[in-house]
Ligand binder design. Structure first.
Ligand SMILES: CC(C)(COP(=O)(O)OP(=O)(O)OC[C@H]1O[C@@H](n2cnc3c(N)ncnc32)[C@H](O)[C@@H]1OP(=O)(O)O)[C@@H](O)C(=O)NCCC(=O)NCCS
Length: 196
């Protein structure tokens, strides 16, 4: 019964996403609980491929989720591109410019991926809404995550980071530097413990 309900909800949610936000939605999605997927700003776009699986319901994940999956662009012309067969659990993906996630990548419970600081760093300007902020150079940088990457639970991937195919990001890692393909990184700041 729950499966039938989930399929129905996924179907209507996808129709709504594509009609209201013009989000490109692939086929064969599995949504366990309702994610929050929002396009903010003129010219902003989100594309999510086929066989996308998103867990937003706490009971649907063996280690739970801290909240629903959040995928959102926050500024004009920002873009999020998610490939085929990507699985996400209770994570946040927030783009002010560009975030790409490659095919077959898995993103663990409570991971945070952002290409910006969400607030300006100058105290007097910090309280304005992110939609109105104009980030100075260096404060919004694209994040590119390759194919077959495994992002552990509660990992944080910061602006400007590129992660190569087949990399593994340890649980709780704070990734501020690029990760080569096939490498495993852990810790804060994330450091390589295994090369390809
Ligand atoms: C990073 C990870 C893949 C490494 O696994 P592994 O290759 O089997 O490595 P090991 O367990 O042998 O650990 C190697 C060393 O790194 C340490 N380590 C492992 N993961 C770590 C982590 N996330 N943070 C800090 N240190 C970690 C180990 O304690 C060990 O240290 P030591 O050499 O001093 O004893 C794994 O520990 C991990 O974090 N998995 C993520 C699981 C997860 O979040 N799943 C998401 C489900 S939604």
């Amino acid at each position: 019964m729950q499966n039938v309900l989930d399929d129905l909800i996924a179907l209507f949610y996808k129709i709504w996403l594509s009609a209201v936000y013009k989000i490109h939605v692939g086929s064969n999605w599995t949504l366990l609980g309702l994610p929050i997927i929002r396009v903010g700003g003129v010219g902003s776009r989100i594309r999510i491929g086929n066989h996308f699986r998103a867990i937003s319901r706490i009971r649907a994940n063996s280690i739970g989720v801290p909240g629903p999956v959040v995928i959102r662009t926050t500024q004009s012309n920002a873009e999020i591109v998610i490939g085929d067969n990507v699985g996400v659990s209770g994570c946040v993906i927030s783009a002010a410019r560009y975030i790409a996630i490659g095919d077959n990548t898995l993103i663990g419970s409570g991971a945070l991926i952002m290409d910006n600081d969400a607030h300006l760093l100058v105290a007097s300007e910090r309280h304005s809404s992110i939609m109105k902020q104009r980030f100075p150079k260096g404060h919004v940088e694209p994040v590119i995550i390759g194919k077959d990457v495994f992002v552990g639970a509660r990992a944080i991937i910061l602006k400007g980071v590129h992660i190569g195919d087949n990399a593994i990001i340890g649980a709780g890692a704070v990734v501020r530097d690029d990760v080569p393909g096939g490498a495993t990184v852990i810790g804060n700041p994330a450091t390589i413990i295994k090369e390809a």
